[in-house]
Design a protein around this ligand. Structure first.
Ligand SMILES: Nc1ncnc2c1ncn2[C@@H]1O[C@H](COP(=O)(O)OP(=O)(O)O)[C@@H](O)[C@H]1O
Ligand SMILES: [Mg+2]
Length: 404
């Protein structure tokens, strides 16, 4: 590549997200080709930052997507392909393999998308995971159920947002569930349900090293929130805490085991009640959902989507990437489904509130403070108030859920 030739980044968007990524690319003079799923094609994308826009009915249909992108490549010298949505990570990998471009290839992308792939690779690298089994061979499945105490979760390998996860208490229930799934069953794995608190590490990786990381703890575990209809909350952990050190250290182990060279990540762990150990839950090669990027930015000033773009462009240019100077403050988020279409949060007026979730049927606040204790106090108090003021109970839910 010569200096005169602008960098061309192809962004895949099966969802409406990643806007700051696109804007940063354009700000640095890169050409952005945006390929959206039709459904999201007419959203409020940052059109001034987009060189060309294309729509497809569905970005996952093969060979249509390979044909479409190869056709684009005839007139565009594409440097990088980027997945803006988690569901685009595998497609982006397939396209990179096809066009022989750098970044996550298919095998590696599996570690970040396929829950069986990430379990197997983590276990092979001595990272603690819930006892698990694939759903291929029935003898092995029977052995597993005889050996590993229930309850288990039967979990889709390629979903997000706790979609399709079922907690099962005996082998009869598993066989019945597999019967119902029919040919879909091999797209699931079975693993032990490990009761505990769920933590997430949001990190930037460069040169195979974690160069930025914050660690946070969800209030209720995401499964209880999405399936039990509770209140979502999460808060950053004190940077000098043992949990912070343990989880960020484990996240680095995961990235090493998965051979991740660079990029933005969201990784989850369960802090098990029974033994106090952290179990690797899952990782994703993307910015965390549920406005976690906003929380990280409120605490540190680091905008993960923008940094993801800076990392990508630095790698195209063969330049060093450096995390910008940033604050070491704290933040927390609280969100729930609300009975009202536009709930009234005006009674929530503490100065630590820095943002309100602008979404129908949702009540949501982001708080920030230099003091992690203050963030925790506020979230705990709001949790009780949200339950009274806004919470729509599971039976009444008609609105889509949030993805974590
Ligand atoms: N083995 C497990 N033990 C306990 N809880 C689990 C387990 N697997 C999943 N969960 C619950 O389900 C939620 C979603 O599971 P996860 O593997 O993170 O998939 P997703 O991609 O849907 O977020 C977790 O946050 C946790 O609350
Ligand atoms: Mg998860």
């Amino acid at each position: 590549m010569t200096d005169q030739q602008p960098i061309t980044i192809l962004c895949l968007a099966s969802e409406y997200k990643g806007l700051p990524f696109i804007e940063e690319c354009a700000r640095q003079g890169a050409r952005v080709l945006l390929l959206t799923a039709e459904k999201f094609g007419d959203r409020d994308w940052p059109w001034d930052s987009i060189t060309q826009h294309f729509n497809m009915p569905d970005l996952h249909v093969q060979p249509d997507i390979i044909h479409a992108v190869s056709y684009l490549a005839r007139s565009n010298d594409i440097d990088r392909i980027v997945a803006l949505d988690d569901y685009d990570v595998a497609t982006a990998a397939t396209l990179r393999e096809h066009l022989r471009l750098p970044g996550l290839g298919e095998t590696q992308a599996r570690y970040f998308r396929d829950k069986l792939g990430m379990r197997t690779q983590a276990a092979a690298n001595a990272i603690r995971v819930p006892a698990f089994t694939p759903v291929f061979n029935y003898d092995l499945l029977r052995d597993y159920m005889a050996r590993v105490e229930p309850p288990w979760v039967l979990k889709p390998r390629f979903e997000a947002g706790a979609i399709g996860i079922r907690k099962l208490h005996d082998s009869e229930a598993v066989w019945r569930a597999l019967d119902e799934l029919g040919d879909e069953q091999s797209f699931y794995l079975l693993e032990q349900f490990v009761p505990g608190d769920v933590y997430h590490v949001d990190a930037l990786v460069w040169g195979g090293e974690v160069v930025f990381a914050v660690s946070s703890r969800y209030g209720e575990p995401p499964l209880s929130v999405t399936q039990g209809g509770g209140i979502f909350n999460t808060r950053l952990l004190p940077r000098d805490s043992a949990d912070f050190k343990a989880t960020t250290g484990l996240a680095a182990d995961v990235f090493r085991a998965f051979g991740l060279a660079r990029g933005v990540t969201h990784t989850e762990f369960i802090h098990a009640h029974h033994d106090g150990q952290f179990y690797f839950l899952e990782t994703a090669a993307r910015v965390g959902g549920a406005h976690i990027d906003k929380m990280v930015e409120a605490a540190t000033g680091v905008a993960l989507w923008q940094e993801a773009a800076r990392i990508e462009l630095a790698s195209v240019r063969g330049e060093e990437y450096r995390v910008p100077e940033h604050r070491q403050d704290y933040a927390g988020l609280i969100i729930c489904l609300a009975r009202e279409q536009w709930p009234d949060l005006s009674a929530y007026d503490e100065p630590e509130i820095v943002w309100r979730v602008p979404r129908e049927n949702h009540a949501g606040l982001l708080v920030a403070s230099p003091d992690p204790e203050r963030v925790s106090q506020l979230l705990d108090a709001y949790n009780e108030r949200f339950a009274r003021d806004f919470l729509m109970h599971a039976v009444n839910r008609k609105v889509p859920r949030t993805t974590f």
